[in-house]
Write a protein that binds this ligand. Structure first.
Ligand code: FCB
Length: 471
């Protein structure tokens, strides 16, 4: 076959993403740390421990990120380190963040910094955190401190990571700390306050740093009724889709709450974002009636599903969702996209097929400005702990040893050439040769994956699987 190359724009950002609690280690003032200590909350009672050891040595992985050819990285700050007691700020912690951010700049890696990524200072939880309106002032004050001390090093900001996922996991499913499992009333209480926090942070940043780009990272999934469903379930799926995917964006755009969260305006919220950060992982079918939860974890026959029944691999959905964001008329960054795949069976194809959808969007002149793969390195995956490995680089959490997965080498070739090429496919994902370089319909990916998987021998657990089996 002729050589082919799908080229990306020169100024496209090639990134990876991490979050503080998941990589830093020893975040003892965080609500997650306390949560981890009791049995039965984290799969196999695993612990974050040193995580990926970034507090001591983020630099070693930033070296890897530079070697990979990336020019951007999304990381988060741990509020509980910066403000371990209310209004007591820790200069040493802020100093360490300065070092890490400087280390990124020195390596040609542009930081995108998230202020809140799922974890809270313990003192905030005692004060009722997102169910109490005082959180808005606390979040404003924390943001102001970060802007003062670190703002000169941060061109791009994410206020809150996946707000809707966060409130669902925290209040509805109870999988996140601190277990005040207050159900829908908790969700209802938290949404207006989280929107208030976002607006407060947005303006606090922009007042001092008018050039900064500020947005949110919004998890969006393809949510639909199963093919052949009755009109009522299709209507219901439409409601769930709006609630999960678009409610937050509509509120930020129009500056108000929507039913069922109320109808009132929220001060300074309208238009308070410069870009949309899109975290895209998967597609779900919506349950109707919603008895077993809002979404189903039963896949259609033949679906390619990643480790731990995490979700279906569905690259076409990335294009669909990007297209659905066009009415908001904002630049789009893919702020997370990845797959739990310890053995790296799916990730090379996953990477190429999803990036191919980004390339397709760009070729329609859709404003996709960058891509941050989740994740650079294996890390502590919340309640799934070390059982779900998202890294381009594998980490053995016991020895802290790093090794490149094939997908890491592939991403290196992609970043360095700013393109997807038929040679990469030949080398890393030959099953894609007949699809992404021949212009056939992306719906065929699934057939290609199936053929590929059928040909792959079953994976044998590797040596350092001990942690995965609860050891
Ligand atoms: C996202 C989270 C991130 C990580 C990935 C796998 O929802 O933002 O912290 O857990 O999923």
């Amino acid at each position: 076959m002729a050589r082919a190359q799908l080229l990306f724009p020169k100024d496209f950002l090639w990134g990876t993403a991490t979050a503080a609690y998941q990589v830093e280690g020893n975040n003892t003032n965080s609500d997650w740390w306390v949560w981890e200590q009791a049995d039965g909350r984290i799969l196999h009672n695993q612990k974050s421990g040193l995580a990926s050891n970034w507090w001591a040595n983020a630099e070693q992985d930033l070296d890897i990120a530079a070697e990979m050819g990336t020019n951007a990285h999304r990381l988060s700050l741990e509020w509980s380190r910066i403000e371990p007691e209310p209004s007591v700020f820790d200069d040493a912690a802020l100093g360490r963040y300065r070092e890490i951010l400087q280390a990124m700049h020195q390596r040609g890696i542009e930081p995108m910094v998230t202020l809140h990524h799922f974890s809270n200072p313990l003192w905030l939880v005692e004060k009722g955190d997102f169910n109490s309106a005082v959180v808005v002032d606390y979040f404003r004050r924390y943001t102001a401190k970060v802007v003062d001390v670190l703002g000169d090093l941060i061109p791009k900001w994410v206020t809150i990571n996946e707000p809707v996922v966060y409130v669902f996991m925290r209040y509805l499913t109870g999988d996140f700390p601190l277990g005040q499992h207050s159900g829908w009333s908790g969700v209802m209480g938290a949404i207006p306050n989280l929107l208030g926090c976002h607006a407060a942070a947005y303006h606090t940043i922009k007042e001092k740093l008018p050039q900064a780009q500020v947005g949110v990272a919004k998890n969006m999934a393809v949510l639909q009724a199963r093919p052949g469903s009755l009109p009522l379930s299709r209507w219901w799926a439409g409601r769930v889709n709006w609630l999960f995917n678009y409610m937050w964006l509509d509120s930020m755009t129009n500056g108000r709450l929507y039913f069922p969260f109320g109808r009132r305006p929220i001060a300074h919220l309208a238009g308070s974002y410069d870009f949309i950060g899109l975290n895209y992982y998967t597609r779900f079918y919506v349950n109707f009636p919603p008895l077993g939860g809002l979404v189903s974890d039963r896949w259609e026959p033949g679906a390619v599903v990643s480790d731990g029944n995490y979700g279906e691999v569905y690259p076409a959905g990335l294009f669909q969702i990007i297209e659905s964001l066009l009415p908001y008329k904002k630049p789009i960054y893919v702020t997370e996209n990845g797959v739990p795949d310890k053995a790296d069976r799916l990730r090379p194809s996953f990477l190429m097929t999803h990036l191919r959808e980004v390339w397709r969007a760009i070729s329609f002149n859709y404003p996709v400005m960058g891509y941050y793969h989740w994740s650079l390195v294996d890390n502590f995956e919340w309640d799934r702990a070390w059982t779900q490995r998202f890294g381009l680089i594998e980490i053995n959490p016991e020895t802290q040893e790093r090794s490149w997965r094939a997908s890491g080498r592939l991403y290196q070739e992609i970043c360095r050439s700013r393109s997807l090429t038929s040679q990469q496919a030949e080398k890393y994902a030959p099953e894609l040769m007949q699809t992404i370089f021949t212009g056939s319909d992306p719906a065929n990916y699934r057939a290609d994956f199936e053929a590929f998987l059928a040909a792959v021998p079953d994976v044998k657990p590797m040596e350092d699987d001990r942690l995965d089996s609860g050891g």
